[in-house]
Structures are given as structure tokens and as C-alpha cells.
Design a protein around this ligand. Structure first.
Ligand code: NAD
Length: 439
């Protein structure tokens, strides 16, 4: 994937753009040159073709990927995405972000990611199951509970994670729940995993906004993306008294100045396919006056808080100037390009980065992995309490780094994560390489 915009200097790969954030952090952290060199490249990348027998008897071959970016701090950890835009470049970028996210949250994991290039809506449930199992057949030697652990991402869910875990167990001839997180509860999933990313983001928002004396009842919110994370976060914010005035999905969005009835929208969305359709064809339409808006319009709304919760590259140099929100909480991975960052900063907009805001998902994935390995399962209250402790602690620490160096929260998050990664890389010593011939 390349980032194209008339204002972006030249099309750059998503990975080049992602790794440029590392450069920004270097000034503020003492990391050895060797450790830095290691972090500039993914440790291992696998491309596979997955033959699938379709329901009509034909054979279709899909392209899949798994990238383990770094495993210095523990086994690779990262989701699997099903989307037409999945490419090796995108998967590498997502694996890079996972590396820093796990370090930032102090989880004993490295970073990884996987994906298959397809439109999942065009496949039947049986075809999706055959594809998911085929993917595991293709990457089985590359993953494992102590090597690289899978999880859900865009257009994958707990049902798909269950199939993947089952297929891996069949290949290993032993039940191996810890190779995949985000599984159904009955297959060793954790309480609270389905809502973990949204809940984690909610804890970050509630830790940050009071620092600006921004009270929920005086805060308007727009959310792009109404999926597993965006919809749950919208409801949590609504219940806490925030005024969610706009939401959107891949087909467009809706806006109501007086606030949207999020629980009703969620209920209808589960029956219908698109937010716009349900809003106009069902009774929710009558509840509040609303406007139909495009995804592009949503980003430019005059709101206090903007939450991109869909895909990457939504806020670019082309539209950053028109963003009016005061605070951006990045729930999606990579929604803001590096060229947009300085424009937002000049406008005085605070950006809270993806690797912090959406880290609740991988944190509860870690809890699930711990529960699978210990065989002792936690209550929802225990999960929420531990999640809250960790999210608040690391948000405060990142905030302190930002204050200490007077740097944006994104740079502070990379400084904080890089510090831990650098220490781990240096602690491994020089067994692998010898400097300047000094053996
Ligand atoms: P999802 O597939 O459940 O939802 C994605 C949503 O985005 C859907 O509502 C879809 O209609 C919408 N969408 C797609 N293209 C869009 C567009 N161009 N404009 C507006 N909306 C669009 O995915 P999810 O799990 O909710 O993930 C959303 C984002 O959060 C992704 O960037 C993902 O990497 C990130 N994330 C997810 C998790 C997790 O636990 N699921 C964890 C960390 C980060």
C-alpha cells in the first residue's frame, strides 16, 4: 500500500511511513546503534498461497502473509486481517506497530501480524472456515504458543479464531489453546476479550481528558468505523455521559447535533448491514434529527473528540488542515500519516497514538494466553481490574515522558516503548555479532 496525496511529498510505502516514527523518538532515548539497526527490519516474513475448494466446486487460491517483526521481549503477537487491501507492506507495518505496542504496555511479547487478501463478505461461512484452516496449514511451522500467537483484527472474529486454534491443535495432535487469543469462551477464550480494545481506549480517554478539565457531559465525539471496537467504544462513551454526535461505517455515516442513540443503533446494525440504511429505514430515524454524512465529512466535524476506528491512512496531509477536533484518540492502527502529524500539531490538536489507545486488545490477549497456560480462568471483574491498572499506568507514564521532553504523545509512546526494547536487545549481548573485530 502506498500513501498518495497531492500534499504528501511522494508516495511512500506504509512501512516506510510507519518506521519514520522511530526516527522521531531517537533523540530522546539512549539506545545502542546495534539495537536500532535490528529494529529497522522485520525478523521474518512469510508469504503463502492458500488453495480453497469453493462451494461451487471450483478451486480458488488466496494470498496470505505472516510477519514476525521482533521477538526479543517474547513470542510474536498480532492479529490476522481479512481485507482486499492486505499486502506484505501493510502486514509488516502492523507487525512493527505491534512490537512497540507490546513494549509500551510492558507485555512479554514481540510484534507480529498476519493477513489474507480477500473480500470476506464474498465468501460463504463454509468457504471462510476452509480458508481459515488452510491459512493455518500454510503457516503452522511459523507459529506456536511460544513462537508467534494469533488474534482477531479487521473482519476476523472469535469464531474464526476458534477454527484456527482447532486446526493448529489437529496438526500438533494436542490441544493448543495458547496459539490463538480472542477465541470463543468455550474454547479457552478470556472474559472481556471481545470488548477489550474498546474498554482499554475508554480507560485512556478517561485518564487523559480530566488533565484538560474536559468533562464528559461537555464533550462531543465523532467515531469513524462502527465495528468490533468503534461500536463498543461508542456505547461505553455514551453511557458515561459523552455526547456521541456522529458515527460511520464503510458505507457512510450519520450526524445528529443533539447526540445519537448508540445502543439502538448497535441493535439495528446487527440486523441490517449499514448504519445509514438502518437509520433511515428503521424507527431510530424518528428518534433524533440527523444528517447523512460521508466518512470524509465525519473527520472534519467541529467536535471535541475525533476517534478514527476503521482503517489506516484516514488523516493525511490532504485533509489534516480541515480537522477541527481538539483531541484525536487513534483506535485504528495507523489512521494518521506522518505527514499529517506536524499539521495537526501546528493547529494545537492533541493526538493520542494507536499503540497506546488500542492496546487494550493485546493486553487482554496476554491475559488469555496466561490463563490458557495456567489453566486457571479469571472473572470479568478480574480482567477489567487488571486491564484498567495497566492502561492507566502506561498512559500516565507516557504522559510523563511527553511532559518531561515537551514532545507529542506519539513520540513519547515510541520513546517509552523503544527504551524497553533497547534494554532487552542490549541485554541479549553480542553472541550474534562481533564489533570491529574485537572478539
Ligand atoms: P471491524 O472489522 O470489526 O470494523 C471495522 C469497521 O470499519 C466496520 O464498521 C467497517 O464498516 C468500517 N470501515 C471500513 N472501511 C471504512 C472506511 N473507509 N470508512 C469508515 N469506516 C470504514 O474491525 P475492528 O476490529 O473494529 O478494527 C478497527 C480498527 O481497530 C482496525 O484498524 C484494527 O486494526 C484496530 N484494532 C482492532 C483491535 C481488535 O481487538 N479488534 C485491536 C487493536 C486495533
Amino acid at each position: 500500500m502506498t500513501i498518495e496525496s497531492p500534499l504528501e511529498k511522494s508516495p511512500v510505502s506504509l512501512f516506510t511511513d510507519a518506521s519514520s516514527r522511530l526516527e522521531m523518538a531517537l533523540k530522546y532515548v539512549n539506545i545502542s546503534e546495534d539495537a536500532l539497526k535490528r529494529l529497522k527490519y522485520p525478523k521474518a516474513s512469510l508469504s503463502v498461497s492458500i488453495p480453497v475448494r469453493m462451494d461451487n466446486g471450483s478451486l480458488q487460491v488466496f494470498q496470505g502473509y505472516r510477519v514476525r517483526y521482533d521477538d526479543t521481549r517474547g513470542p510474536g503477537k498480532g492479529g490476522v486481517r481479512f481485507h482486499p487491501n492486505v499486502s506484505l507492506d501493510e502486514v509488516q507495518s502492523l507487525a512493527f506497530w505491534m512490537t512497540f505496542k507490546c513494549a509500551l504496555l510492558n507485555l512479554p511479547f514481540g510484534g507480529a501480524k498476519g493477513g489474507i487478501t480477500l473480500n470476506p463478505k464474498a465468501l460463504s461461512r463454509q468457504e471462510l472456515e476452509r480458508l481459515s484452516r488452510g491459512y493455518i496449514d500454510a503457516i503452522a511451522d511459523f507459529i506456536g504458543p511460544d513462537i508467534d500467537i494469533l488474534a482477531p483484527d479487521v473482519y476476523t472474529n472469535s469464531m474464526i479464531m476458534g477454527w484456527m486454534m482447532d486446526q493448529y491443535s489437529i496438526i500438533q495432535r494436542q490441544v493448543s489453546p495458547a496459539v490463538v487469543t480472542g477465541k470463543p469462551l468455550m474454547m479457552g477464550g478470556s472474559q472481556g476479550r471481545n470488548t477489550a480494545t474498546a474498554t482499554g481506549a475508554y480507560y485512556v480517554i478517561n485518564t487523559i481528558l480530566p488533565k484538560f478539565d474536559q468533562l464528559p457531559e461537555r464533550t462531543t465525539v465523532a467515531i469513524q468505523g462502527f465495528g468490533k471496537v468503534g461500536a463498543v467504544l461508542a456505547e461505553l462513551l455514551c453511557k458515561a455521559g459523552y455526547k456521541v454526535v456522529a458515527v460511520s461505517d464503510s458505507q457512510g455515516g450519520i450526524y445528529a447535533e443533539t447526540g445519537l442513540d448508540i445502543p439502538n443503533i448497535r441493535r439495528y446494525k446487527q440486523q441490517s448491514q449499514s448504519i445509514q440504511e438502518l437509520y433511515c429505514n428503521d424507527t431510530v430515524c424518528d428518534i433524533v434529527e440527523h444528517e447523512i454524512i460521508s466518512n470524509e465529512d465525519l473527520l472534519k466535524l467541529d467536535v471535541d473528540v475525533l476517534i478514527p476506528a476503521a482503517l489506516e491512512n484516514q488523516i493525511t496531509a490532504a485533509n489534516a488542515e480541515q480537522i477541527q477536533a481538539q483531541y484525536i484518540f487513534e483506535v485504528a492502527n495507523g489512521p494518521t500519516t506522518s505527514a499529517a502529524d506536524p499539521i495537526l500539531e501546528d493547529k494545537g490538536i492533541y493526538v493520542f497514538p494507536d499503540i497506546l489507545v488500542n492496546a487494550g486488545g493485546v493486553t487482554v490477549s496476554y491475559f488469555e494466553w496466561v490463563q490458557n497456560r495456567s489453566g486457571l480462568y479469571w472473572t470479568l471483574e478480574e480482567v477489567h481490574q487488571r486491564l484498567k491498572e495497566r492502561m492507566v499506568e502506561e498512559t500516565e507514564q507516557t504522559w510523563n515522558v511527553a511532559q518531561e521532553f515537551s514532545i507529542p504523545m506519539r513520540t513519547a509512546a515510541y520513546v517509552h516503548g523503544l527504551h524497553r526494547l533497547g534494554e532487552a536487545l542490549d541485554a541479549k549481548g553480542t553472541r550474534d555479532y562481533y564489533q570491529n573485530g574485537n572478539h
